[in-house]
Design a protein around this ligand. Structure first.
Ligand code: SAH
Length: 354
C-alpha cells in the first residue's frame, strides 16, 4: 500500500483498479496523512482559509433524495434573505475580516438572473477586495456567464457522484446526470475557479463509484473540492440510511490532497456534525479551508440539509472565534485574505470530457 500512496503522491493519478484498492485500504493511514499534510504544509504552511457562508434561501425546486430542503419536505419553514439582509451579512463578515463570501441556496426561482446579478454588483461595489463564490445549483451557461461578468469569481457545484447510475439513485429523473456534468464544464470554460465534490457514504456508494469520483477529479482539475459525510435527514426518503463515517471522510480528504496538491479543500460542517472534533481532524488529514456561517441566526435552523447540523445558534462572530480557537488548538492559523486558488491554469479550459 505504501507504494501506491507514493505513486499517487508523485504522479497524482491512479488507474481505476488502483483507486479501488487505495480507497478500501486502511493499512497505512498514518503514512497517508503524513504525505497529504506534507503537501498542505508545502503550499499553505499552517494556514487555513476562511470563507463566510451566507445561506440566502432554502426554497428549492429540486427534490434530491438526500437533502433536507428538498421540494417535498413540507415540514421546513421556507425563507429567503433580501439583498439588504445579504449585504448586512457581508458587512458583519467584513468586520470579522472575511474576504470571501459564499452565497449558497436552494434552486429558488424567485432569484432570477437579474436579481442575482444585482446582488453580485452590490457586493462588489461595497467590497471590491472580496471574492464572491456562488453555490446556486444548475443554471444555463448564459446565466453562469452573466454572473461571472458581474463579478462572481468562484462557483461550487458538487457533482455528488461521477457514476451515472449512482447519480440516478440519489436524484429524481428530472435531474439528469449529464446536465450536472455539463454545468461543471461550462463553469470551467467560462473561467470560474470551480469546486466540485461529493458526500462520503451516500446511499449506494461503493469503492467503485468513489474511484470514479477520483478519476473525475483528475480530469476536471477543480480549484476546490467539497466533501463531507452523508448525514441522513429525517424528512427525506433516506431518513433510515446510515451516515458516512469520520474515518472514511478523512481517508478521502487525504487522497484528494495527494491527487490535487494545491486544491482548496474545506473541512466541512457535516464532518463537524458527526464528530465534535471533526473539523480539526479534517485539517489534519489535508484540508485547508473552513466555512463559518454568516447567515442571520434567525434562519440558521431552517437551512437544515441534514439532521443535527451544528452552529445553528451562534452569531457570526462566535463562529469565527470558535473556529479560530479550534484551528489554534491543532497548530494552525486562520487567515483572512482571499486565498485564491494556487492551481496552475485553473482559469483555462482544462480537459474536455470525451
Ligand atoms: N442547491 C445548491 C446547494 C446545495 S446544498 C446546489 O445544488 O449546489 C450543498 C451540498 O450539501 C450539496 O451539494 C450536498 O452534497 C450537501 N448535502 C445535501 N444534503 C446532505 C446530507 N443529507 N448530508 C450531507 N450533505 C448533504
Amino acid at each position: 500500500m505504501r507504494e501506491l500512496i507514493d505513486k499517487l503522491a508523485t504522479e497524482h493519478a491512479l488507474s481505476k483498479e488502483e483507486w479501488m484498492r487505495i480507497i478500501e485500504s486502511r493499512q497505512e493511514e498514518a503514512y497517508l496523512r503524513e504525505r497529504a499534510t506534507a503537501f498542505q504544509k508545502e503550499y499553505y504552511g499552517n494556514k487555513v482559509y476562511t470563507r463566510g457562508l451566507i445561506e440566502f434561501s432554502n426554497y428549492c425546486k429540486n427534490n434530491c433524495l438526500y437533502c433536507g430542503i428538498r421540494r417535498d419536505n413540507r415540514q421546513v419553514e421556507r425563507y429567503r434573505l433580501t439583498k439588504d439582509d445579504i449585504l448586512d451579512c457581508c458587512r458583519q463578515g467584513y468586520a470579522l475580516d472575511f474576504r470571501t463570501f459564499v452565497l449558497q441556496g436552494g434552486e429558488d426561482s424567485y432569484f432570477t438572473d437579474e436579481r442575482i446579478v444585482d446582488i453580485i454588483l452590490s457586493m462588489k461595489k461595497e467590497y471590491p477586495d472580496c471574492a464572491i463564490t456562488l453555490s446556486l445549483g444548475e443554471k444555463d451557461k448564459a446565466s453562469y456567464q452573466r454572473f461571472f461578468d458581474a463579478g462572481a469569481d468562484r462557483y461550487l457545484l458538487r457533482h455528488e457522484t461521477a457514476n451515472a447510475e449512482h447519480y440516478r439513485k440519489l436524484h429524481p429523473a428530472q435531474m439528469p446526470f449529464e446536465r450536472r456534468m455539463q454545468c461543471l464544464w461550462d463553469l470551467k470554460e467560462i473561467g470560474y475557479q470551480v469546486g466540485c465534490g461529493f458526500m462520503v457514504g451516500s446511499p449506494c456508494q461503493t469503492r467503485e463509484t468513489l474511484a470514479e469520483d477520483m478519476l473525475f477529479l483528475t480530469k476536471l482539475q477543480p480549484a476546490m473540492v467539497g466533501i463531507g459525510p452523508f448525514v441522513p435527514h429525517h424528512e427525506t426518503p433516506f431518513a433510515k440510511e446510515s451516515q458516512g463515517t469520520v474515518e472514511q471522510t478523512l481517508h478521502m480528504l487525504s487522497l484528494i490532497r495527494l491527487t490535487l496538491p494545491k486544491v482548496l479543500l474545506p473541512s466541512t460542517t457535516a464532518l463537524g456534525t458527526i464528530d465534535p472534533k471533526g473539523r480539526e481532524m479534517g485539517i489534519l488529514a489535508g484540508g485547508n479551508v473552513v466555512m463559518p456561517n454568516l447567515s442571520p441566526t434567525t434562519v440558521r435552523k431552517q437551512y437544515e440539509l441534514y439532521d443535527n447540523k451544528i452552529c445553528t445558534g451562534d452569531e457570526a462572530a462566535e463562529c469565527r472565534m470558535c473556529l479560530a480557537r479550534r484551528m489554534e488548538s491543532i497548530g494552525y492559523e486562520i487567515v483572512t485574505d482571499r486565498g485564491d486558488s494556487q492551481m496552475d491554469g485553473y482559469k483555462t479550459k482544462g480537459n474536455q470530457p470525451e
